[in-house]
Design a protein around this ligand. Sequence first.
Ligand SMILES: [Zn+2]
Length: 156
Amino acid sequence: MKRIIDKANRIYAEHGDDLDQIVESLGLNVVTDRLAGRLKEYHVGDSIVVNESVSEKERRELIAHAIGHHLFHAGNHLAMQKRIYSFGNYHEKQANVFAACLLMPSERFLKIIKGRPRLDEIAGHFGVREELVRMRFMVWVNYERDLTGRQSARVG
Ligand SMILES: [Zn+2]
């Protein structure tokens, strides 16, 4: 997971959280479409396809998630389906961790949580949903907390 967190921080350092710019720099493009059923996002070739019915916050998360797949899984969800039983969930988790760390990069996240804000305040600050903030805390607790010299922020 460390390399995923590092990669997200590096991309943030270069582009900020301007997803349009990141998408373009990777030679990708985002297509908004009416997707059937529960499918919210998929990634085929150079295109990230996002369901038109999602909120702006969720749209940002889905695009960041799809960038994660692009960077680490070198392919698309269709190609991954063959491996879904062995790697499927792990790949999803990696893409979610990447999205959480790109939209809430380490330095900014640590600065914010020092003030012990509520979950919804953090979500509002970063323009994401509370679920992604929970994911970000999980990453921090499991992979970053010890590296930053015993931060004392309380989770949950
Ligand atoms: Zn995915």
